[in-house]
Design a protein around this ligand. Structure first.
Ligand SMILES: Nc1ncnc2c1ncn2[C@@H]1O[C@H](COP(=O)(O)OP(=O)(O)OP(=O)(O)O)[C@@H](O)[C@H]1O
Ligand SMILES: O=P(O)(O)OC[C@H]1O[C@H](OP(=O)(O)OP(=O)(O)O)[C@H](O)[C@@H]1O
Ligand SMILES: O=C(O)c1cccnc1
Length: 488
């Protein structure tokens, strides 16, 4: 999948604009920011994901003969432009926040600095990749948080919106903290653990439940999870599972990683009753896992009900992010290079909705950590060439409610620049970590925000502030635009 040419994975208008830039000799270098505006599920954070697929996409960006022939057939593009496309290569710079990082609204997750034709073409693919994976990584992270240390298995492939969503969704779910996936192709592609139990069909294919369990246990004694709800969980499923476990114990087969899976009924009640039966038979180390339309809210609720489930299989609601199906990331022009001075001239997009007014300029982001707690104090969006001194006080203020100011005292904080170089002059300069490494990193990232930010209802929001300089540029531009509007 990684070498697939996705060059035509773009919206038609990117190509018509590209031809327009080509014809009008508009070759300016520009800055585009890909950012999102609202955390999924009204949460307090999101997890950035998808960068490795963006890198593959950019590396393989070239129009094949077939691509050019197809574009010619659309009767919209002239031969001179098609000739240009035949030699097209991405020659710009890309900066991005590493995958697995905790991120907040309005922060550029990806910044493209390139000639406008190139930067325009890549909009759609960057957004579709980052939007999808960041959404699923965020959803998975929420499910993982709800499970409070229990393992979450990703079971969603069959209910995902197609094969790509299943495969890259599984990748993102692993980044979000799942312990494994049932998706074998994802396992092969991303070197992540594949896991699973068995289906109701296995039980139904045998003359009786006991024989089905026994056959399965004989084949897989080291990973024996028996699905107990096909006929009657407490009267048949759990007693038959116990009978098989007893036979294994009596035969001297070591019982290590074994247990049952509940897939219907009142999961809290069933798990409590099943726990009692297993314990009474001396199988107190048998685990109880559950699946059945689970999500973060249900897992939280089941835990509050005192359920005895310690392992969770989550499919549909996580792989589709059912209650929040879109991440909403956008890609906005932020600056255009002045050819004479080589400086970037900030550009702004206005909106009636102040939250939708873009942040102008060639920017970067600094994360401000408290030295004592290691937690995030705030994020600061600033111009790319601004520098800050940790030995000086820092005044930060909310860009919307500017009277809300905080002084971060000298030597009490550390700074980390979030955007890192990924492409320089068209060459990839970034080594993507393995998915399991990104997963470990993301787990540590979650320790940098307070539980108040992770809670599901009305979470505490982390401040994303603008530097003084950027704030001034933004307000001057807004002032200028409103004066110009008066002229009409
Ligand atoms: N204790 C509980 N508290 C809240 N929700 C629960 C609890 N136990 C189960 N649920 C949820 O209630 C829903 C039960 O759905 P439903 O009755 O349609 O199906 P089911 O019990 O899975 O049975 P079947 O698979 O036979 O249709 C599932 O989404 C399940 O996750
Ligand atoms: O409920 P989800 O979160 O989507 O988790 C995945 C579901 O997929 C399977 O059911 P399915 O009915 O497809 O197959 P089965 O016959 O094996 O139960 C499994 O038993 C879970 O219930
Ligand atoms: O292995 C499992 O138990 C499994 C896999 C996919 C979907 N539901 C369950």
């Amino acid at each position: 999948m990684s070498t697939m040419n996705l060059t035509l994975l773009t919206d038609f208008y990117e190509l018509t604009m590209m031809q327009g830039y080509f014809k009008t000799q508009n070759t300016e270098k520009v800055v585009f920011d890909a950012f999102y505006r609202k955390n999924p599920c009204d949460g307090g954070y999101a997890i950035a994901a998808g960068l490795d697929q963006v890198i593959d996409y950019i590396k393989n960006l070239r129009f094949s003969k077939e691509d050019i022939a197809y574009l010619r057939s659309l009767n919209t593009f002239d031969e001179d432009f098609l000739n240009y496309l035949a030699d097209f290569r991405f020659s710009g710079d890309i900066y991005a926040i590493p995958e697995g990082t905790v991120v907040f609204p309005r922060e550029p997750l990806v910044k493209v600095v390139a000639p406008i034709m190139e930067a325009q073409l890549v909009e759609t693919a960057i957004l579709t990749i980052i939007n999808h994976q960041s959404l699923i990584a965020t959803k998975a992270s929420r499910v993982v948080c709800a499970a409070k240390g229990d393992g979450i298995m990703e079971f969603g492939l069959r209910r995902a919106q197609g094969p790509d969503a299943g495969v890259y969704g599984a990748r993102a779910a692993m980044i979000g903290g799942c312990i494994g996936t049932s998706n074998v192709l994802a396992g092969q592609l991303f070197d992540v653990p594949v896991k699973g139990t068995h289906a109701h069909s296995w039980i139904m294919s045998f003359p009786d439940e006991y024989t089905a369990f026994k056959t399965y246990a004989n084949m897989y004694p080291d990973a024996c999870c028996l699905l107990v709800d096909t006929y009657d969980t407490l009267k048949s499923g759990v007693p038959n599972a116990i009978r098989v476990f007893e036979e294994m114990r009596n035969a001297g087969i070591p019982l290590k990683n074994y247990g049952i899976r509940l897939d219907s009924g009142d999961l809290a009640y069933m798990s409590k009753q099943a726990r009692k039966l297993l314990d009474a038979a001396g199988f107190d180390d048998a685990y109880i896992s559950a699946s059945s339309d689970l999500d973060e809210y249900l897992i939280e609720s089941l835990k509050a009900q005192g359920c005895k489930i310690t392992s969770w299989g989550v499919g549909t609601n996580m792989i589709t992010s059912r209650d929040c199906p879109a991440f909403g990331g956008v890609y906005k022009l932020a600056a255009v290079e002045d050819k004479e001075t080589g400086e970037f001239i900030p550009k702004i997009k206005l909106s009636e909705n102040t939250e939708k007014i873009t942040n102008p300029g060639n920017k970067t982001i600094y994360r401000i950590y408290s030295k004592t707690t290691g937690k995030i104090r705030a994020d600061l969006i600033c111009l790319a060439d601004e520098t800050f001194d940790e030995s000086k006080d820092m005044i930060i203020f909310d860009p919307q409610e500017t009277w809300k100011k905080t002084k971060v005292r000298a030597n009490t904080y550390t700074l980390r620049e979030l955007l890192v170089p990924v492409f320089k002059n068209g060459e990839c300069v970034y080594d993507s970590p393995s998915v399991m490494k990104i997963r470990d990193y993301s787990k540590k990232e979650l320790d940098t925000i307070w539980d108040e930010t992770k809670r599901f209802a009305n979470p505490q929001h982390v401040y994303v502030d603008l530097s003084d300089k950027l704030y001034k540029i933004k307000s001057d531009l807004l002032e200028k635009m409103s004066l110009e509007a008066l002229e009409y």
